[in-house]
Design a protein around this ligand. Structure first.
Ligand code: FE2
Ligand code: FE2
Length: 291
């Protein structure tokens, strides 16, 4: 055991090696880039969406679903953004844009179809909750939603490069030696799904702070002040807490004590947050039904 297989491959090389990633709408990627701008207007969002007819059609259908309870059906993106606001529209669009790619089963992780997708949507919801009502940190809700949604996207890459041998070794490190999954991945592959996800987002030219959040979600950066990776870390833990976690992922529900301390979260407050995120799970069901 050890770094005997892919030790010459960096996360970037692993990403380049994978040929079967489902295409992601360019408009959706552009919208993520827009999140890095100081102020996003309704008009900015409308302009980007104008160039993707497929996404626009899906968006309008989603907006007209009973969940949003609109009195009159919307027939244009302008209308939809005006009525639902661009935060909500961004959340819907990103859900639609990534749902196809992330609802697949991950053979390398023994993860069934929709499992990663549900976890990702739950983390997105948890992350948005954190920055609006949970922690003191100035982050735009759509940025928070995005890092939650994409934090485990590296698993899409790794599942294609993990051989049965890797999988066996990773599983052994987790069950026999009590390592966390990302630690086991580091041992066997020399990298983990966070870093690989970051490399994928870099290949898509997404903003650096979002790349960092995804790369470091298992090694959150707290100094000189907490970075977005700390939000992604917390959101991931909350998402695991509110859904039945398979035994192999049990480590994932443990919040890094340094993160809890940085955000001054007592054990009681954390339990409280689990409850609050749990209560917003019907939104996750709804978002799942859109894709
Ligand atoms: Fe993860
Ligand atoms: Fe996760």
């Amino acid at each position: 055991m050890g770094r005997s297989y892919l030790d010459v491959m960096t996360p970037d090389e692993l990403v380049a090696k994978v040929k079967n990633l489902p295409p992601i709408s360019q408009a959706a990627l552009q919208l993520v880039n827009l999140l890095d701008e100081p102020a996003v207007s309704n008009e900015d969002v409308v302009q980007v969406l104008k160039y993707d007819n497929v996404l626009t059609a899906k968006l309008l259908r989603a907006c007209n679903s009973p969940y949003f309870g609109l009195e009159e059906p919307v027939s244009s993106v302008d209308q939809a953004v005006l009525i639902l606001g661009h935060h909500q529209i961004l959340h819907i669009v990103l859900t639609l844009a990534f749902g196809g790619a992330m609802a697949v089963p991950l053979a390398g992780y023994a993860v069934e179809s929709n499992e990663l997708w549900r976890h990702s949507l739950t983390a997105a919801t948890a992350s948005e909750f954190l920055v609006t009502r949970g922690i003191e940190m100035n982050v735009d809700p759509p940025v928070a939603f995005t890092i939650g949604l994409l934090h485990d996207i590296g698993k899409l890459v790794l599942t294609q490069v993990l051989t049965p041998e890797h999988q066996r070794d990773i599983r052994a490190l987790i069950t026999d030696r009590g390592l966390a999954r990302y630690e086991a991945e580091k041992n066997v592959l020399g990298t983990d799904h966070g870093e690989v996800g970051g490399a994928l987002l870099r290949a898509w030219n997404l903003p650096e702070d979002i790349i960092e959040a995804v790369s470091d979600h298992h090694a959150p950066v707290l100094s000189p002040s907490p970075k977005l990776s700390a939000v992604a870390h917390l959101a991931n833990c909350l998402a695991h807490r509110v859904s039945p976690a398979p035994a192999l992922e049990a480590y994932a529900v443990r919040v890094d004590p340094r993160v809890a301390e940085a955000f001054q979260l007592s054990p009681e407050r954390l339990e409280n947050m689990v409850e609050e995120v749990h209560n917003s799970c019907d939104r996750v069901d709804h978002f799942m039904s859109l894709t």
